[in-house]
Design a protein around this ligand. Structure first.
Ligand code: FRU
Length: 450
């Protein structure tokens, strides 16, 4: 299991396994200076299967070090997605400060087959060794392929809360005082979404606590939670507007109160590589507005700025059709910010290593070419463009992905690509009229694997 991380299509500031397949981030927890990233992994192949928990750690959320695999399939099933919390008050009896993991044992994939159940593991050595609980499963089969427990602490009712995916767009919430015995609280739906629920508190702009119920497609609702019932106040909203962001999960026990999330970039192409798929860059989630008008804003963690190296600037310039503008760089890794005024142009194309990110002003849509693995269509074909004559754009560009953040994170979208033919790695073109670039600032980024 070795690599120099220098292969042609190896992402340079996004996590990939040294070899083989990854999907969902799992067991995200911070403890004593260590950010843990466990993940769905097939240790034997570049396609999905043999689900095992892989493990990587970081001290800054950016530079990752892959460790030995954390959990292998057992008689209960293969190791599907799950989460982790720090049990500061020893509610579960594994010791104060133990990390407790809840995960799905996918019984259909073992011989003889069983139902899907929810199981527990714990660690007293900061996540280095995981011990499976002898009383597993802690929650028996409910229906279908019920799965993906994501634990959080509800302070007011002093209990652990666990959302689970049931089937279609249906989910369920359970509560527990000790992480081992679970009581049903509520069934709920998240129309248009499925799998990998997350359920977490945030403070809104008026200083009130609200809870966010989130599904694998990046759809969510915000509302009140009293320990028993989640009462949504917003309609179903979209946070992940791209084609390739899926199964995001938030970290627990974050030291500075930030809500930090990472997602699986599903459906990328990595031809002839020894690995398959990558994680997103970690982002912070914040609530803007309140009540029915509350919504999430998503923004790259500030730690990514530690990778910034050479800076290239372009001051105000009008981009006329047929006269593209290209910052003077040959970089493949970039953190780019610009403000663009639409002018009378119909569209602005930002060509990223030959693949067009299109801001179609009339259609109020953002689209991205770039290529997607067959059978892996998860997200949306286009993202809505925010209203207004000018648009703030931030792009994080790695070898095979671009993450887009508009107007400070009001709209965000994750895309994977393979480079096409290109001369300059970033070229801006205006179509059928002018667009005005107010200001562009580009940082070439260093690799985390150096
Ligand atoms: C989402 C998912 C989860 C499941 C895991 C299996 O991508 O299907 O629902 O736990 O992947 O690998």
């Amino acid at each position: 299991m070795t690599t120099t991380y220098q292969e042609l299509h190896r992402p340079q500031f996004h996590f990939t396994a040294k070899t083989n397949w990854i999907n969902d981030p799992n067991g995200l927890v911070y403890l004593d200076g260590v950010w843990h990233l466990y993940f769905q992994h097939n240790p034997e192949s570049t396609v999905w299967g043999n689900m095992t928990w892989g493990h990587a750690v970081s001290d800054d959320l950016i530079h990752w070090r892959q460790l030995e695999h954390a959990m292998f399939p057992d008689e209960h099933g293969t190791m599907f997605s799950g989460s982790a919390v720090v049990d500061h008050e020893d509610t579960a009896g594994f010791g104060a400060g133990a990390i407790v993991f809840l995960y799905t044992a996918a019984g259909r994939h073992v011989d003889p087959p069983r139902q899907f159940t929810q199981c527990l593991a714990w660690s007293a050595d900061n996540g280095m060794t995981l011990t499976k609980y002898e009383g597993n499963p802690v929650l028996g089969w409910i229906e279908g392929d019920n799965r993906d427990p994501k634990i959080s602490w509800h302070a007011a009712s002093r209990q652990w809360i666990m959302p689970l995916f049931l089937a279609d767009d249906r989910f369920t919430l359970y509560g527990s005082k000790d992480l081992k015995s679970w009581t049903h609280r509520q069934d709920l739906r998240l129309e248009g979404d499925r799998e990998c629920p997350d359920f977490f508190p945030l403070v809104d702009e008026s200083g009130e606590e609200r809870w966010v119920f989130w599904g694998a497609n990046g759809l969510y609702r915000i509302g009140r939670f009293d320990g028993t019932t989640f009462t949504p106040e917003t309609p179903v909203l979209t946070c992940e507007n791209g084609r390739n962001g899926y199964a995001a999960q938030t970290w627990s026990n974050v030291p500075d109160g930030r809500c930090i999330q990472i997602s699986w970039m599903a459906g990328g192409l990595f031809p002839e590589m020894p690995f398959n798929h990558q994680m997103s860059i970690p982002v912070t989630l914040e609530l803007a507005g309140s009540g029915e008008a509350a919504r999430l804003r998503r923004w790259p963690v500030r730690e990514v700025e530690s990778l910034r190296e050479r800076k290239v600037r372009i001051e105000q310039v009008t981009i006329a059709p047929g006269s593209p503008v290209a910052p003077k760089t040959d970089a493949k890794l970039m953190d780019v910010s610009f403000t663009v005024r639409r002018g009378d142009g119909r569209a602005l194309n930002v060509n990223i290593r030959g693949q067009a990110l299109t801001f179609a002003w009339d259609e109020k849509e953002m689209r991205f070419a770039g290529g997607q693995a067959p059978g892996m269509v998860k997200g949306r074909a286009f993202a809505p463009l925010p209203e207004g004559e000018s648009l703030d754009v931030r792009l994080l560009i790695d070898r095979t992905s671009v993450e887009v953040f508009l107007n400070g994170g009001d709209v965000s979208a994750s895309y994977c690509f393979l480079p096409g033919a290109y001369e300059r790695p970033l070229v801006l073109q205006s179509w059928q009229g002018n667009s005005t670039l107010e200001r562009l600032e580009l940082f070439e980024l260093s690799s985390i694997w150096q």
